[in-house]
Design a protein around this ligand. Structure first.
Ligand code: SAM
Length: 281
């Protein structure tokens, strides 16, 4: 195999998700740098991988980096794994990848499981554009401030959250995004108690509050992006606008409704464009 650092994704719960290539690479490298060597032993034993391991996390001292650097300088190869999923995604490895690249060695990705992407793929929320936020601050004030910074983001938002903070986190989201904002809780993905639940934030909070099992295990929270101004239009106003647009050109219909509601003509006109082909003017 080529000398270099192999960044290897591992299962997030179901060992059946381990790729054949990941097994082969972990068997054949000279050294496996693991976030937690004891944790990774279970996986390595399951696949009869006997490669030596060393602990690596982003706070490891220079000696850890140098040990890996020496191995690569000797023409060897090293694999990086985290406890689960894709290294560097809310997991250690960023400092190591830069160090290896800056030292002139190659870094190879071995793609595989990632909780954020697995959750997004079954969320039923828009997947064309999304923002991965990872873990929010643990404390209420800091979490609220960060959420406020995200309140205007219109793309789907992806969060990792610890089970003992899930209720507080949903509460903060309701305060900042509103209880109607659509969201998804993806819990224990690929495991026995896998639960994927989509609904307004207020409903998810109730679901989690009423069933203590929903406050256990590993959780990804996905929140729909801020609805566009067009979608935010009050239902009665939208109905009136649509009815008028059957009688009048879209610009005039928007102007009449703007006069009577104080809303911006442009917003109303854009709404009509977003929901129907305007009448020829
Ligand atoms: N690197 C990992 C990845 O690729 O997904 C993420 C590591 S991060 C330290 C751990 C967090 O990922 C958990 O707290 C949880 O939010 C999420 N997570 C990991 N496995 C999960 C699973 N099976 N189901 C739901 N969320 C999971």
């Amino acid at each position: 195999m080529n000398s270099g650092l192999y960044v290897v994704a591992t299962p997030i719960g179901n060992f059946g998700d381990m790729s054949q290539r990941a097994i082969e690479v972990l068997q054949n490298v000279d050294l496996i740098a693991a976030e937690d060597t004891r944790h990774s032993q279970r996986l390595l034993q399951f696949f009869a991988i006997e490669t030596p391991t060393m602990a690596y996390h982003d706070h490891s001292d220079e000696r850890a980096l140098q040990r890996i650097g020496h191995c690569l300088a000797d023409g060897g190869s090293v694999a990086l794994v985290s406890d689960a999923g894709t290294p560097l995604i809310s997991d250690p490895g960023y400092r190591l990848v830069r160090y290896v690249q800056d030292s002139g060695f190659s870094v190879y990705p071995l793609p595989g499981p990632c909780a954020a992407i697995a959750a997004l793929s079954v969320s039923g929320l828009p997947t064309d554009r999304f923002l991965f936020e990872g873990f929010l601050p643990a404390r209420d004030g800091a979490r609220g401030n960060r959420l406020a910074e995200l309140a205007a983001v219109s793309t789907t938002l992806i969060f990792y959250e610890a089970p003992h903070r899930i209720e507080a986190c949903l509460q903060s989201m309701i305060e900042v995004f509103g209880g109607d904002r659509e969201a998804v809780m993806a819990r224990e993905i690929t495991k026995t108690f896998e639960t994927i639940r989509r609904g307004p934030l207020a409903e998810l909070a109730q679901f989690v509050g009423e069933d203590s099992n929903q406050r256990k295990g590993e959780i990804v929270l996905i929140v729909a992006g801020r609805p566009s101004a067009e979608q935010e239009l009050d239902a009665d106003i939208a109905k009136l606008l649509l009815r008028l647009s059957q009688e009048l050109p879209a610009r005039q219909a928007a102007a009449v409704v703007a006069d009577h509601t104080g809303l911006r003509k442009k917003q109303l006109y854009n709404y009509l464009l977003s929901v129907k082909q305007p009448r020829a003017e």
